[in-house]
Design a binder for this molecule. Structure first.
Ligand code: ZN
Length: 247
């Protein structure tokens, strides 16, 4: 985090600070924050151990298609030098949790379709340990349906997880995205310059996605529906959820 002194005083044009660092590599296993999924945490180390850089967050610069790792050198570490061979290691436990949370969001989409709500389009979501939700555009008008939804959704998710099934990842031509995902048209958020699109499928639902996922839905483990908010004004249905602790 950066202390934003410019917020306190417009006339403050000079300050003292301690340098942190950014690292750019020619390859990385660190997932950069995006699509509602938090960044991985990681370390970047030199082979001889003289350099250890702690990655607190990675972000993808979409203009340059470069992943920027931000964080700080560990005490006593030498600085990285361009051309130096390094080893990148993500926090595997946190990655696994993020993958389960993110995959659970996809499975909610499949469960909603199976329950007859295919017309409710998922429009945004968050898949972090402290906040996980999927928001659908549309309305469920019937009060009885609303009341039954949390229980039905939980049961459908449990059934899908118990049934298992490989998570499908494919790259398709942009023009084929709508057909592959059962959409009326190509989503507007996919740039026209993007020649191919990564499609992720789980159960009977598929959508464009650049996140990390479990390899089989059984690995999600268990989904708890925390709260469902029906926002009449915005015409959205917001499903808060969490995944059960790892077995
Ligand atoms: Zn995904």
């Amino acid at each position: 985090m950066t202390t934003k002194l410019y917020l306190d005083d417009t006339d403050l044009v000079k300050c003292e600070a301690v340098a942190t660092a950014e690292v750019i590599l020619d390859a990385t296993v660190v997932y950069p924050q995006g699509g509602g999924q938090p960044s991985d945490k990681a370390t970047i180390s030199s082979v001889d151990g003289s350099v250890v850089f702690r990655v607190d967050k990675a972000v993808l610069d979409r203009d340059s298609d470069v992943v920027v790792h931000t964080g700080a050198y560990m005490p006593g570490s030498e600085p990285l030098v361009p051309g130096m061979p390094v080893v990148v290691a993500v926090d595997a436990e946190l990655r696994a949790l993020h993958a389960r949370l993110h995959s659970a969001g996809h499975l909610l989409d499949a469960a909603m379709r199976n329950l007859g709500y295919a017309d409710l389009e998922p429009t945004r979501g968050a898949h972090a340990p402290h906040l996980a939700y999927v928001e659908y555009a549309g309305v469920i008008a019937d009060p009885g349906e609303r009341e039954r939804l949390p229980q039905r959704l939980a049961a459908e998710c449990a059934a899908l997880i118990a049934a298992g099934g490989d998570v499908r990842v494919r790259h398709v031509a942009r023009d084929d995205v709508a057909a592959e995902c059962g959409l009326d048209e190509i989503p507007a958020y996919l740039p026209e310059t993007m020649p191919t699109v990564r499609i992720v499928g789980m159960a009977d639902a598929a959508c464009p996605c650049g996140g990390t996922h479990v390899k089989n839905v059984v690995t999600i483990g268990g989904i708890t529906i925390r709260k469902i908010k029906h926002k009449a004004g915005k015409r959205t249905v917001n499903v808060r959820y969490s995944v059960d602790p790892s077995p």
